[in-house]
Design a protein around this ligand. Structure first.
Ligand code: SF4
Length: 260
């Protein structure tokens, strides 16, 4: 059994045990894709924006200019990796334009929050910054998680997905975050929310049922991942093996006759 699972490894097991086996038992790291790289770029830009110590009364306009400038810089720093994916130029441009839109949405959302307070723009911005990238290890749960933002007793997780459905995977992720939060701060968060950069914020209620369901799923995955025997990690085929624009990174390995 691995010492620490993560929301992502738990979700991987539930999606397909064989995929978990390749990723976490055999430690085969999947190649990066544009979705993953773009997600990292956006997170990096938001981190840089939150490192600003002072904002003026004209913050909405200024933050937009800074966000676009930062995007350009961070995107260019990743350009070689993006080009190595061999995507066509139009698709790369689409992702870039969409990233601009997401960051401008983020500035609108943040500006809206700043306006709601009676504080000065800088004070309000500093409050919204909260604690960033909070890593929590829980020896009790055997789980490690990184929370994007914690402020007061709230958790916000940023998503760059192309849809804003609260999927079962997201619910489990937030349930795990709530459990980690409880272990560190000795209480449950008052709310957890997903901020979809393309669509806006969606709150998820932390109910007794969600906590119970999350604990059961953690226990289930822990009990199933004690062994390193491949046969104990069955293939679970479905849409997630191959879809119109992509496939599971282990597809060839999984369906070849090689014994790996
Ligand atoms: S190809 Fe399908 S069955 Fe195989 S590891 Fe990936 S998700 Fe699982």
């Amino acid at each position: 059994m691995r010492e620490f699972e993560s929301p992502s490894s738990i979700n991987t097991y539930l999606l397909c045990p064989r995929k978990y086996y390749y990723r976490y038992i055999k430690n085969i790291t999947p190649p990066e894709d544009i979705i993953l790289i773009r997600g990292k770029i956006i997170h990096k830009v938001i981190e840089e924006l939150f490192s600003i110590k002072e904002i003026s009364n004209n913050y909405e306009f200024e933050l937009k200019i800074i966000a676009l400038d930062l995007l350009n810089k961070v995107w260019n720093n990743n350009l070689e990796t993006i080009k190595s994916l061999n995507l066509n130029e139009t698709l790369i441009k689409t992702y870039y334009e969409e990233s601009k839109e997401m960051l401008l949405n983020w500035v609108n959302y943040t500006s809206g929050k700043i306006k709601q307070t009676n504080l000065s723009p800088t004070e309000s911005f500093n409050t919204l910054r909260g604690e960033r990238e909070v890593t929590i290890f829980s020896p009790v749960l055997g789980i490690r998680g990184v929370l994007d933002t914690v402020f007061d007793d709230k958790i916000i997780d940023y998503k760059t997905s192309s849809r804003d459905d609260i999927t079962d995977e997201y619910k489990l992720q937030l349930g795990i975050y709530a459990l980690l939060f409880r272990e560190k701060y000795k209480k449950l968060p008052s709310y957890v929310s997903l901020y979809f950069l393309k669509f806006g914020e969606k709150e998820v209620k932390i109910t007794e049922d969600l906590i119970k369901e999350t604990e059961e799923k953690i226990l289930f995955v822990k009990s199933k991942t004690i062994t390193k025997e491949k046969e104990e990690y069955p293939q679970k085929t479905g849409w997630h093996c191959k879809w119109s624009t992509g496939k599971c990174p282990y597809f060839e390995l999984c369906f070849s006759n090689k014994n790996s």
